[in-house]
Design a protein around this ligand. Structure first.
Ligand code: AMP
Length: 489
């Protein structure tokens, strides 16, 4: 089950944690719109409220008032077709002999079934088919035999896949990032405590300061009085597998992820698009909002050099940057629509061209990615209907050729337009005069990260985890799940 979500955890001195958690979830709403939830602990007991829908709809004043305590975690869940089910909404909470646990997970395990089967054999009863519940049960079981740090370490030695977690163990809030750091997670300092969140934009929203990213393989334990945090590097990692798509599409442009401001990374990708495949058209326009930062970098680079790479002469300008498509901001992300017919309608509902900026013009349209090709096919059609003479598509990522098993809903191979088509065939299918993408090496360079430190599974078909039936791009094997606790010491 794919889980591409937003997580947060907060530990404060005295103030109730619920408001900061609620605001942080608002800041992370782009990471998931299917459900929202908060679990708090008041020093005596755990409180939980989890509801389907957007953050603004999931809580009313009474719900917030009931979530007492100065420590807690929150979660927003990404919609995946076919699994709209409250059983999968998070944070997942469980009470057991030695306390209570709340758990928020962003990512996706690739060996959850094996662990679920094993735990079910020990008598654990599962209420959902989600992998988050597997982590919660595994941790609860380990906590019966070991202290918190060793229990988390043991669970980390058993689970394989991507996970950025915030955990509330009684009133102690923890953050854990998988050994390859696939999903983002960062630590922020607030006036009266600390927060851990998927993205730094959530820390900004709380008027906090970004301290640093949680390291791959690291456990961070916030002090319950909000005075600081302890760090435990539980798994040493030699190479990371940061999801490049976080930088390209998923994260907010105003977030800093693994040391890079997402907005600047996207602008740089846009600049490189111009350098590698610029085309001299009358206008360049973004697909809002996902293409905006790319288009601004592209247009800036185009004002400095010609498409052939020569410096522009005095008075010579490149394509004019224009907002040629207006977005209806009340329509959700197109992926929420389960059928192709609905997705096509959604694109038309969502975007409307401004005729005067395209009529009789040659146009370059910029977006971050093409998945199924629905958006670009519709938009090229729309722009041509409005009188565009040519429409060239420039994409700030490589072709997406394979599914994501690490938590981003990418559709199946059959649905991906690039899985069985060359770039010219894609241009023909979409109806564009030309299409160009970036290469994986260019993406790695622009992100200032070694190619081997990125997860490029969806664009190479080779994954940084050991996934059944798929190729891996490195030396990884999934752990054996029967490792004993003694082995961790
Ligand atoms: P498609 O229309 O299927 O080709 O999808 C491409 C459009 O969806 C682009 O405008 C992207 O910004 C956006 N997009 C890319 N990946 C995702 C995703 N995982 N979930 C939702 N939207 C996405």
């Amino acid at each position: 089950m794919t889980e591409k979500c937003g997580v947060v955890g907060v530990s404060l001195d005295e103030r109730e944690a619920v408001r900061p958690l609620y605001y942080a979830l608002y800041a992370l709403q782009h990471r998931g719109q299917e459900s929202a939830g908060i679990v708090t602990h008041d020093g005596f007991q755990q409180h939980s409220h989890v509801e389907m829908g957007l953050v603004g709809d999931a809580f009313d004043e009474d719900d917030l008032a009931r979530l007492a305590g100065s420590a807690g975690i929150g979660h927003v869940r990404y919609p995946t077709a076919g699994s709209v089910d409250k059983g999968c909404a998070q944070p997942f909470s469980v009470s057991f002999k030695s306390g209570s646990l709340g758990l928020s997970h962003n990512g996706n395990l690739v060996n959850a079934d094996e662990i679920r089967d094993e735990l079910a054999g020990f008598g654990h009863a599962f209420t959902s088919d989600g992998d988050t519940e597997v982590i919660a049960h595994d941790l609860a079981r380990n906590l019966l035999e070991a202290d918190l740090i060793r229990a988390v370490k043991r669970t980390m030695s058993r689970i394989h896949g991507s996970y950025a977690l915030t955990i509330c163990h009684d009133d102690t809030v923890l953050g854990v990032r998988d050994p390859r750091g696939n999903r983002p997670l960062c630590i922020g300092k607030l006036d009266d405590g600390y927060a851990i969140a998927s993205e730094s934009a959530a820390i900004d929203t709380l008027d906090g300061t970004l301290v640093r990213d949680v390291e791959p393989g690291e456990l961070v334990v916030l002090e319950p009085d909000g005075s600081g945090f302890d760090s435990y590097q539980l798994v040493e990692t030699e190479e990371t597998a940061h999801c490049f798509f976080e930088h390209v599409y998923f994260a907010r442009p105003d977030s800093v992820i693994d040391g890079h401001l997402v907005y600047e990374a996207r602008r740089e990708l846009g600049r490189r698009l111009w350098a590698e495949s610029g085309v001299e058209t009358d206008v360049v326009m973004p697909v809002p909002d996902s293409g905006r930062a790319f288009a601004s970098g592209y247009a800036e680079a185009a004002s400095e050099t010609t498409a052939a790479g020569a410096p522009r002469e005095e008075g010579q300008t490149g394509p004019e940057f224009a907002e040629g498509l207006m977005k209806n901001r009340y329509v959700g992300r197109t992926f929420i629509m389960p059928t192709q017919g609905e997705r096509e309608r959604a694109v038309r509902l969502k975007l409307n061209p401004i005729k005067s900026t395209v009529e009789n013009k040659t146009v370059t349209l910029i977006d971050d990615s093409i998945v199924r090709g629905t958006t670009s096919t519709q938009l090229v059609d729309l722009l041509k209907d409005c009188g565009a003479k040519e429409v060239h598509l420039r994409i700030g990522a490589p072709p997406i050729v394979a599914p994501c098993y690490m938590g981003i809903d990418m559709a199946t191979r059959e649905e991906l337009i690039a899985s069985d088509k060359s770039v010219p065939e894609i241009a023909e299918t979409i109806g564009a005069d030309s299409v160009s993408y970036l290469s994986t090496n260019t993406v790695a360079e622009a992100l200032e990260t070694a190619r081997d430190d990125l997860c490029l599974g969806c664009v190479t078909g080779e994954y940084p985890y050991d996934i059944e039936g798929e190729e891996t791009d490195r030396n990884v094997t999934r752990p054996t799940i029967d490792s004993g606790i003694e082995a961790d010491d």
